[in-house]
Design a protein around this ligand. Sequence first.
Ligand code: 15L
Length: 266
Amino acid sequence: MLERLLVTGAAGGVANLLRPRLVGVSKKFRLTDIRHFVSASDLDETMIGDLADSAFVDQLVQGCDGILHLGGVSTEQPFDEILPANIVGVYNIYRAAAKYDRPRVIFASSNHVTGAYRTQEIITPNDPFLPDSFYGASKVFGEAVAKVFFVKEGVESAIVRIGSCFEQPSDLRMMSTWFSPDDFAALIKSCFTVETLDCPTIFGVSNNARSFWRNTEISHLDWHSEARVEDLLGSMNEPNVSPEEVAAGLMDYHGGTWVKRPLGTG
Ligand code: 15L
């Protein structure tokens, strides 16, 4: 068990899904976000601030033996809005990790680093980047930062290209991209307990029949997806696709409608 896990982006949707599922991973949790939020557990300590502020990030990372880096802009936006948290912020996290005892990092990358692949293609982490947005490009940068701090400074990371992490799918594309929050929490646990993590790149996706992604860098982890989106279909209907979603390219590309939108517009 970790002593203190730092969770960035703690006010966000994915953190809210994961936090209750991470009981037992760490004795204490240091939760941070740029927005104010309230935590429900007395195991939590909260720190509000900006990941682009390197002195603040130093304070965050000191005393933590694990980092779950979910923070940053999570949708497509003009580049100026993406730059502080997704470019400067990810660098600050890794720079501080290298400085303060090299805690392992789970880096929340995104499927949008390869969002412009067509849905007929099945890809692995070995295929080239093909981002669909400034947001996707910022995650490509984050992945490169994770790799360089592994190679040069020995900071181990799991680079997790999250698909669609929600309680259940809300559109037809998510029949391919859905990532069960239970699967994500189990992956995090296994990354913090494996003896040697190295720096694998992992598509964060459940065992969905129509997944676009195959993982090739997880054989050393005690993890495989326990969930399939199809198993939810007993309690919900398969989402429909509207003519507007078809026209917007929802089912044409891994990244769905992000590919056809003008750059910088969410
Ligand atoms: C992401 O990376 C986004 O942060 C999230 O909001 C979803 O859009 C997700 O990808 C997705 O592709 O479903």
